[in-house]
Write a protein that binds this ligand. Sequence first.
Ligand SMILES: C[S@@+](CC[C@H](N)C(=O)[O-])C[C@H]1O[C@@H](n2cnc3c(N)ncnc32)[C@H](O)[C@@H]1O
Length: 413
Amino acid sequence: MFMNSSSIGQFFEKKFRFCKQSQWQLPAIDNIFNQSNQTVPELFWIKSVLNHVKDQLIDYPLGQWKKFIAKSDLSSFITWYLRNEVNAEFVTREWCKLYECLSAYRIVTPQAEFNSVHLCEAPGAFVASLNHYVMLNYPKSLFNWCATTLNPYHEDNAFRSAVSDCRFIARTLGNWEFGDDLTGDITIKGNVDKLIERCRKMGKISLVTADGSVDCGDCPNDQENMVYSLHFAEVVAALQVLDNDGSFILKMFTFFELTTISLLYFLVNYFHTVDIFKPATSKQCNSEVYVICMGFHRTYETMSYVSEMASRMPHIKSPMFNLDTIPSDFIQQVHDCSKKFVTLQSEAILSNINNFERPICHQQQNDLQYEMWNEYDRRYRIKSIPDSLKLMHNKPFSDVSRVLEQVNIFVCD
Ligand SMILES: C[S@@+](CC[C@H](N)C(=O)[O-])C[C@H]1O[C@@H](n2cnc3c(N)ncnc32)[C@H](O)[C@@H]1O
């Protein structure tokens, strides 16, 4: 895809909505988790196409490629602007992506009190972004939040938490829940139970975000299978704390395997709407998308499913549903959705390969970055908020020793 300033708008319209059919229903609870995983035949060739395109990157030296991708990142001016001109708090790419989700869908509604829970949230930019959105649009709302993540101060997480910036966590430590064993690992049922207990005291939870990811650098073609148990745990935790009619934002990648498709089918059945959205500030070459679930139906039936799911943690590998219990018109929609996002990702990779081989001039690159910011600004109109409404305002570094006393010390600098 050749990019010019007039095609910038399409970066903001990477969306797909599942269209729920009234005859769809979930299998009985005693007939779930009894098939092994498989790639769904209709999706197999889409997976092969994507892997074939990704494999072309093997020819390029990783270090040079990463440098090139960072330099040609179209959203770099957006983050610069939000940090330096809007003076927003703790701006990262994640901050920008969540702000897009919140602006593109009616996730936050005016309420006297808005409570949210954030799973897999270190270093915390989603929270800062949501705070900015609520303070700008509903300044009279009281915003309460709680977050959980792999505990960056826990020795066992030294190599897997990968959080290099603990400023936000240290200044808001009272809002973080690291669970029963203090690792913060959401795939451990005891940690989810501790989070639920804490959230009960918060009141109505209107939004849960889950942004978990694991390093799949060694097997990029198997990302979907590697993150399944994490996604499963995020759904189990989210649906136990979310109130009726609430929203859930879940980061996912591809939808080729029966495991992921079952999870998606489950969500589509228990939310009023489910959309797949790739924000313009999400890296164009990766598979990351956000599943935007709105209008949770918190019924007895839903919660029975969720507790059955919880009993399967932590090392879930099997899909929830047999392939023959998932309607073919749902599989067709997953196929259409996957085809759309795989096409976009493949085009982005091929366009980058082309630009790597024949670099575009510096001025052209700057113009595109400027246009991207212009469109982001035109759509989302992000203004400054007073410092007093920021989450780290007047918050000293917490007494981190309180956490360190309880865990095997690992200090994050
Ligand atoms: C992309 S980062 C989240 C970024 C965050 N939303 C933000 O805005 O700053 C993914 C996070 O998932 C966390 N994570 C990965 N596996 C986890 C697990 N099993 N339990 C809890 N958190 C996990 C990582 O520690 C990491 O902080």
